[in-house]
Design a protein around this ligand. Structure first.
Ligand code: FES
Length: 102
């Protein structure tokens, strides 16, 4: 089992949700009402950038479109797009902080 924790942001309080391997992070965030803003949901706007503070190894590698947007925004190495990242195999905790308000 993977547990996704999202730290509080200006959008709302912290939240936590259980997730399954292969699940899209955006779906987990929607169900948990995570304090992360989404706009395009298609790797175009960069609004959903999150800093992965723990558990980066539990996410699949960024796709080419995701990496291109991360590069455009000069994202830190530990940042991902929450609308694109998927949970991979394994068990543990993924700790996220919305980076879109930085
Ligand atoms: S919501 Fe636009 S890049 Fe994720």
């Amino acid at each position: 089992m993977i547990r996704v924790h999202v730290l509080e942001s200006s959008l709302g309080p912290a939240c936590s949700a259980q997730a399954q391997p292969g699940e899209a992070l955006v779906d987990v965030c929607d169900v948990a009402r995570a304090p992360i803003a989404f706009s395009c949901r298609s790797a175009s706007c960069g609004t959903c950038r999150v800093e992965v503070l723990e558990g980066a190894e539990l996410l699949t590698a960024p796709s080419r479109p995701e990496q291109e947007i991360l590069d455009i925004f000069e994202a830190r190495p530990n940042e991902r797009l929450a609308c694109q990242a998927k949970l991979g195999a394994g068990e543990g905790v993924v700790l996220l902080r919305w980076a879109g308000e930085d």
